[in-house]
Design a protein around this ligand. Sequence first.
Ligand SMILES: [Cu+2]
Length: 490
Amino acid sequence: MPWSELGRVLIVSPHPLFREGIVRLLGDQAEVVGVVASLAEARSAIRKHRPQAIIVDHENVELEEADLAPLLWPELESVRIIYVTLAGNEMIIHDRQRVVAATEKDLLDALKGASYKRQSPKESLREAHPRPAQRAPEIPERGGIMRKLTVPLLITVVLSVPVALWFWRTDLTPELAAREGQPIDFLLRLEFAIAGVIFVLCMVFFFYSLVVFRRAPGDLEDGPPVHGSTPLEVAWTVIPAIIVIGLASYAAGILWDIMPTTGYKDELVVDVTGFQWGWRFEYPDLGITSSELVLPVNRPVLFRLYSVDVIHSFWIPELRIKMDNIPGIENHLRLTPTKVGEYKVRCAELCGTAHAYMLAPVKVVEQSAFEEWVKSQTAAAPAPPTGAAGVDAQAAERGRALAQQFGCLGCHSTDGTKLVGPTWKGLFGSTRTFQDGSTRVADEEYIRESILNPSAYVVEGFPDVMPKNFKDQLSEDQIRDLVEFIKTLQ
Ligand SMILES: [Cu+2]
């Protein structure tokens, strides 16, 4: 190998052993043009000898690229700076490829490496943290950036169309059964379509960058330093702000339209009381109390919402709007059911142990069917059932209505089916076993106590979730009627 191949080399180290070692290592493969100890000496040596490579004793010389920069340009067009550290038994070369535990051959290879061009001293000095022998960052020109954006933007546009359409056309919500739900569904579709486009935009740029700007094999170099872009930051703050404010004002307008504070004429008033854990529906103008909600189709309804204990939330998903039942506050909700069908009220506010079971049937029916239902509810109490011995048949019939009204039948069946609570069929007179293993015969007193203080006896195999506040809601007479009713279920 001719000596000229490795070119002119300057060695900077205060340490004679280091200097000599390197000189010996290079042998006649390189022309060592100078051996200096400090930065000051290095300056004049560089001017004088114009080395092609500079080997710096990195441990002992505080000589960084930034210090050399003013010397290297414009006098020297290209130079290679190699920082070498001797640590223990190892030689560590800080080149752009950061070889750890280097061998002699690594040093020669580093010297052999292609010389490279500097752009300008300013460019290099911009790096706050000096990077030994790193290639100047390639910052593309403005036109170049636009060209780079064309492809991902095109892909975004092409993919956005089907994604937005898909969100627009997919039914994200259950079937719609109220007039007020139409603009809500429209808004939801619009928001999902916009979110879909933004999602595509992010994903396309993410995967495009991942693939197109991936590391070339063998390239261990750091990327160019990027210090942010003001126009970009302004854009990604202002554009989302416009979208959010726009959607919010639009949504506020919709809310204004569908939540009138004055009544519709001919609206049906229903008082909805939530309790732990059930619903009671009262029709004050019709004198009806029921545990199921029956509504005539296409007639506006005013729901007046109450709670007797904690906050509940009245929600029929098919009618879309939900509103809280808050103790001590009367909330108003207006809806117009538009579709005959059977739905469910769900409590949408976590309200205690049996929250999940706080359901009530909803029937939207034709006007004629509604009138029939009203008639059946308000008709004089039907003839008492053939009374079993010792049962007050009229009281039992009143008890059946109370069990409906107070939501007992949401948790207790009368036909043997196991619901949240034990069935009432065959309850009276049977021997009950409780969680603590004790037993008791279910007489009238036991049933009374079970209603007033449900935690006193917790039936084996059932959770202690029966509402504790019936003693505040039911009179002594009503409890007696309930007991009479349970006695008939043999
Ligand atoms: Cu609730």
